[in-house]
Write a protein that binds this ligand. Sequence first.
Ligand code: ATP
Length: 542
Amino acid sequence: MADSKDQKQQDTMEKIVSLCKRRGFIFQSSEIYGGINGFWDYGPLGSELKRNVKDLWWRSMTQEREDVAGLDATIILHPKVWEASGHTSTFSDPMVDCLLSKKRFRADQINPLSGTAWFWTGATDAESDKVCNDKFSMLQLPGKDANWVRKGAMQFYKGRGLQSPVLQGETTEQVTNTTRYNEENGSLLTEPRAFNLMFKTYVGPVESNDNVAYLRPETAQAIFTEFKNICEVSRKAVPFGICQIGKAFRNEINPRNFTFRSREFEQMELEFFIRPDEVAAQFGEVPDGEAEGEPQPNWGWKAWHLYWLRKRLEWYASIGLTSENLELYWQKPEELAHYARATVDILFKFPFGTQELEGIAARGNFDLSQHQKFSGKSMEYFDESAKAKYIPHVIEPSAGVDRMVLALICHAYHEEEVTDEKGKTETRIVMKFHPRVAPIKVGVFPLLKNKPALVAKAREVLAMLRPYMTVFYDEAGAIGRRYRRQDEAGTPFGVTIDFDTLGENEDLSLKDTVTLRERDSMKQVRVKIDDLLHLLLKKINS
Ligand code: ATP
């Protein structure tokens, strides 16, 4: 049962990946050279979709608020930044290597296995007097026999320089739920070792240790380093935030699930600086949990944390992702970073599992305190209304653009059985993007391409709409085919200019009207050209 469900989900993912390539949403980076693992390019439709996500986030985070300022900082920062943040010493994943295939895996992503484990104390070489005393072990995978297991062990000792290994000290033992073996080939894995995820480079012509720099693994740290500058120039008072959208780089051990875990990706992060609870208490009792309504001076970290969770969920709903598709996961105390007071992850139900899109963390004042310590520059803030000096605390909603785009693509993907006027049934693939994020908002089609009057009118409509929305003009092929192409691109509206539009049919009341087709319902209505722009803008933003 579980297997067929898994298979179905895998098939869905394969169909989505294939549509992304076919329609120009996402391509593998450097594909002509065989691709490069963990890197992806966004094609014509993908780049529009991504831009819409970023624009909508930016607008809601800063342009529509008085208490958030924007930042666009560099990708390479002073290396001390990463010492202060802890990334140089601790931004690592425990990783294990397969002793046979040498493949590397994240230790926390190894699936537990049960079965018979085989052990050897070493091997001797039948063709020389060479001895290898390295211990080795294999797990007998389902359907495999003793010969298969021993063959694996011989391969291991061959790799240690023995030409014809004779296995020594063989024993077996039943093991349950062990994560010591590679499920692909049964081989023992190495003990977990830390692997730093930051990409290293050198600044300047000399490749010395003094010139080492890193591509940023997150956008947040530049916000902390610019905190003082922005405080001064923006004349905003705590509580206020700084947000940034930009590239981040992580040398992920196992990039996987399409763009979900990439090595180069984009983040959208807000650092919202708040009063420490004891300062907020000057303004009234500090709420011990969610506080209704607009922010108040007495809000402490708990109220702010839940406020940002609410705001972020409202934003997701505005692009079509609701509680039906999202889940919340409150990190358990033992999972929290040592400086975090609480973290809630917003997860999306992807075909490959329910996984994180965004984390909202209450981080205390760890980051600013660290930068004060490492830079020697004060990060203290004087709060005029509280008449208090303190290092602000912070709430951090941190989201990934690429994961958001992938979630929108997975959510939008639909296959539907449709029957045409002639009674023929076919499968319609339709990307049901919310109109706000849809890469193209409207397709404009002259009914026939060889009728200059139709083409001219269609171009007129196109020119009228273009300043206000992304439009796509298509005159090639049967109109049904053109609709289908736009269904796959996720274009929510189609406008067709026909002979009625020109007033060339009997019903003259239809002159200067067009057919407006809605992607999801496939319903078609006649609309006056004069009303079209207003109507479309209303529909896109509703
Ligand atoms: P994960 O546990 O999945 O590796 P994380 O908890 O390390 O993620 P954060 O450091 O909190 O992630 O980064 C914030 C956001 O950045 C994530 O919620 C995610 O949307 C995005 N992100 C992080 N790593 C990647 C990646 N390798 N590829 C794409 N997006 C990523």
